[in-house]
Design a protein around this ligand. Structure first.
Ligand code: PRP
Length: 211
């Protein structure tokens, strides 16, 4: 039996994703043991899991260190990795949005200063609206930028909206909805088609039953 190597996003989303794999026929009981190991395997069902940083999943899969993985649509759009997107798991649902201080009014005579981690998504969004922008790339705590006057708006992920609310910001426009996707390395898909398709089917049944 060919072993499938799976990169799982470490954290809250990853636990939900693992549960889907487990119910879909790919359990690995050792993953639930309280330790700090990052690699787990179950030879009986032919699976090996790795916990990786959510934003790194696509790198492992694109380079073939993992055959498949689960990554947010935000990461796939931002970095455009050369992988197959096989299934929308409909988990980790949130949206990419433009937010700003409540009194913000867009003055189109001026270049708009946009702070974000997602510079490609933000640039193509404003390019599609023919809006001149100055991109300010930040790595986190993006919500602070408009408060301190570093930017006019932010482009960031909004899930519950609580972070914006608690920092006196308001969402202005939704750029796109986001959810977790099953992705596959292109050559792994060629050589392990049946195994990967079986995983996809197992997960697809979970998605349908969760709907
Ligand atoms: C994201 C995002 C917001 C927050 C939104 O950060 O950057 O800060 O979640 O969630 P809410 O609408 O439910 O408040 P994340 O927790 O992914 O951490 P990060 O800053 O490390 O990306």
């Amino acid at each position: 039996m060919k072993i499938i190597n799976v990169a799982l996003p470490k954290g809250r989303l990853g636990e939900k994703v693992y549960d889907m794999f487990e119910k879909g026929g790919y359990p690995c009981p050792s993953i639930k043991e309280p330790n700090r190991k990052l690699i787990f395997e179950n030879n009986e069902v032919g699976v090996r899991y790795f916990w990786v940083k959510p934003s790194d999943v696509a790198i492992y899969v694109e380079r073939g260190a993992a055959d498949i993985g689960v990554a947010g649509k935000d990461i796939l759009l931002e970095y455009n990795p050369d992988v197959y997107e096989l299934l929308d798991l409909k988990l980790g649902k949130c949206r990419m949005a433009v937010a700003a201080k409540k009194d913000f009014r867009d003055d189109r005579t001026k270049t708009l200063r946009v702070a974000t981690k997602f510079t490609n998504i933000a640039s193509s969004y404003y390019a599609s609206k023919c809006r001149d922008i100055d991109i300010i790339h930040l790595n986190g705590s993006i919500e602070i930028a408009p408060i301190l006057g570093l930017s006019d708006v932010i482009v960031d992920i909004v899930e519950t909206g609580k972070t914006l609310l608690e920092n006196d910001l308001q969402p202005f426009e939704t750029i796109l909805p986001i959810s977790a996707r099953l992705i596959a390395n292109k050559s792994s898909y060629k050589f392990k088609t049946e195994e990967i398709e079986n995983v996809r089917k197992g997960l697809s049944r979970q998605v349908e039953s969760n709907d």
